[in-house]
Design a protein around this ligand. Sequence first.
Ligand code: ATP
Length: 224
Amino acid sequence: MNNAPVGVLGGTFDPVHNGHLRLAMEMATALEMAHVRLVPCARPPHRGAPTASPGQRAKWIRVAVSIEPRLRLDDRELLRDGPSYTVDTLASMRKEMPDTPLCLIMGRDVFAHLPKWHEWERIFDSAHIVLIDRPDIETQLHPDAQATLDARAVGNMRALHDSLCGLIYTYTPPPLAISASRIRELLANGESPRYLLPTAVLDDIMDAGVYMTCESHPATAANT
Ligand code: ATP
């Protein structure tokens, strides 16, 4: 098999920012992916409810990726009832793309808590994981996450093209210390996050008045 993988970057995207977008671009280029899908979750099971609505978060991603064919919005989690379990999202993508390697992209901060996710081991039945080092966030891996990494790690990205799922590849893109929580904090304090996120997204946030008055929820280490 030599099929270009599709990257899957899940997250809260509250809001999408240049850290997410640049990361997706780096992945598409360095790992020779067909494209990378940004997949906003509706109801993250392991953290507080997002401040912006699902519709707003999806709209901002759509605006942000509209100029780049290698990046796409995938809003299937917003169209589904119940919690946004990554294992279900990947299983549904696997059905649609039976012959395409899928690469779930996640920060090491998120991978650290993977064993708390719903049916986390089944993720490897549908996808590889590409692990991103985030030097701005310190993380201690859960022992089961460490054991999984030891068992599934590959050192060559070609392996991600040669099989459909089951491997872990670590990649360290040039770091961008940008987080959605920092952006929410700046807005809540009446300061500007300009240049941390696309201008069109910031303009829409300002027009809608999102994050300005509400307390931004604190970042937690775990995700979907
Ligand atoms: P928050 O600050 O609200 O926790 P976040 O900016 O970390 O949000 P998420 O939407 O939770 O963004 O992240 C989605 C995915 O993108 C996660 O796997 C996260 O590790 C990764 N990510 C977010 N920001 C960056 C960044 N600056 N560099 C690399 N990866 C990032």
